[in-house]
Design a protein around this ligand. Structure first.
Ligand code: PXG
Ligand code: PLP
Length: 445
């Protein structure tokens, strides 16, 4: 499985960086180092061209080295490199906020800026608690997440998150409870939304019975779970969560860090699945991943509640924010990226081509018996691989490494392989990716 890397790094340099979500010991024996990127391809330090099968980390739907975005950032850095985020502002943050509202459901028209998806989740959960306090319902503090959910790496994100490996090391988190995930038996190999599993939304009623709505601030779910391997909501499931939240005065948060801005073949997951939450968290694609940025969209009523109860006008209505909230470079990158998604009609392109994508990924069903499930929506797909010697993550690791050797970057995590090609992917590139996967499945089986 090994490939030769002409890394110029010394062992000391490799050791100095404790890498994020990485098997550091394995990586440092055989580093996979990327030197440059353009369009849909990386070039590694061996000079090999590698197809970007996950659009970075679900970030770069527009591909890499996009001239318009690069120019916008360059111009910005030469004009205003940093602007204090608190009590002073710069014009581009307001332009970007308005631009983001063009992608959000109409009612979610107040945008708060953060530096990442994890900070967006923190922001959404803090505002949910504070909102109820403002409403005189200060006992509403508990959160409900979902098994297999991913909501970032912060203390709040791991608490509401539902991927066991991300939780077990870290002890006590926030007071959070979890809905079951929606991968119901019989839903395997569903194309797009499954007809099986929507009844699992009823579990929210059990949690409400157990904890009482008077103690619950919000339910947070990804409309389509990304990190756990592309788990698409069953038909009717999100609608039912919305209905129960409405009936019990519980805020509904969609974590759209992966699903917002085109990946679902729509402006948001909310639009794709036809359900409007009270709060949407986003990050990644907002700047095409080029400058770190996150944001949270709130229903106007939530914003108004804070303004109306904010005290004297010089007072802060919400004591919350980040040094890098609305960073000028991120705002410039965001405006350029979102303009491109609109003018190039990329969400529409994803929708149009998603049938071809679906056909291609589901053709892998017959590649090898170790493929036990395939799921897809928009330009996303998750493939579940049967475990090897009782180890669920072994084969996905082997597959990803073999794909890297063949010149394809794909994501592996848990028992799945995840795919998310750029919005501008060509059919021939999809075919090459799928052929390489089929070959690799046979190799490692
Ligand atoms: N919420 C969701 C739904 C996410 O997918 C975060 C929050 C956290 O965002 P930051 O920017 O703090 O990482 C995420 C991030 C993968 C993968 O391959 C997914 C994420 C991050 C890295 C890898 O599935 N999601
Ligand atoms: N820790 C210290 C000591 C700080 O001064 C700050 C910000 O001023 C933070 C953490 C938070 O950093 P950020 O605003 O980048 O999230």
């Amino acid at each position: 499985m090994s490939h030769i890397s002409k890394s110029r790094l010394t062992q000391k340099q490799l050791d100095a960086h404790w890498m994020a979500y990485t098997g550091n010991r394995q990586f440092k024996q055989d580093p996979r180092l990327i030197e440059s990127a353009a369009g849909h391809y990386y070039t590694d330090t061996d000079g090999r061209k590698i197809f970007d099968g996950l659009s970075g980390l679900w970030t770069c739907g527009l591909g890499h080295n996009v001239q318009q975005i690069n120019e916008a950032i360059t111009k910005q850095v030469n004009t205003l490199d940093y602007s204090p985020a608190f009590q002073f502002g710069h014009e581009k943050s307001f332009l970007l906020a308005e631009k983001i509202t063009e992608f959000m459901p109409q009612e979610l028209n107040r945008i708060f800026f953060t530096g990442s998806g994890s900070e967006s989740v923190d922001t959404a959960l803090k505002v949910a608690r504070a909102y109820w306090r403002k409403k005189g319902k200060g006992t509403k503090t508990k959160f409900i997440g979902r098994a297999k959910g991913y909501h970032g790496a912060g203390i709040s994100g791991f608490s509401v998150g539902g991927i066991p490996a991300n939780r077990t090391l870290y002890g006590q988190g926030l007071d959070s409870y979890h809905l079951p995930h929606t991968q119901a038996p019989g839903s395997e190999f569903s194309k797009g939304m499954s007809y099986i599993g929507s009844e699992r939304a009823e579990a929210l009623l059990d949690l409400i019975t157990m904890h009482d709505a008077s103690n619950i601030a919000a339910v947070i779910v990804e409309p389509m779970s990304g990190s756990a391997g592309v788990i698409v909501p069953p038909k009717g499931y999100l609608d039912r969560l919305r209905e129960i939240c409405d009936q019990h005065d519980i805020l509904l948060i969609f974590d759209e860090v992966i699903t917002a801005f085109g990946r679902m073949g729509a402006r948001t997951g909310s639009e794709a699945f036809g359900v409007t939450p009270d709060i949407i968290t986003m990050a990644k694609q907002v700047t095409n991943g080029i400058v770190p940025m996150g944001a949270v969209a709130f229903k106007q009523e939530i914003y108004d509640t804070f303004m109306e109860t904010g005290g004297a006008e010089h007072m802060l209505e919400l004591p919350h924010g980040y040094t890098y909230s609305a960073h000028p470079l991120a705002c410039a990158a965001g405006l350029a990226s979102l303009n491109l998604i609109q003018t190039e009609q990329l969400a529409e392109r994803v929708k149009e081509m998603s049938g071809n994508w679906e056909y291609a990924v589901h053709s892998l069903r017959d590649a090898d018996p170790m493929v036990t499930d395939i799921r897809n929506y928009g330009f996303a797909a998750g493939i579940t691989i049967a475990s090897l010697d009782g180890d669920a993550s072994k084969r996905p690791f082997q597959i990803a490494m073999s794909m890297w050797d063949k010149g394809f970057y794909v994501r592996y995590g848990g028992d799945t392989i995840q795919l998310a090609p750029p919005f501008t992917v060509e059919q021939s590139e999809i075919d090459s990716l799928i052929n390489a996967l089929a070959e690799t499945f046979k190799e490692v089986s």
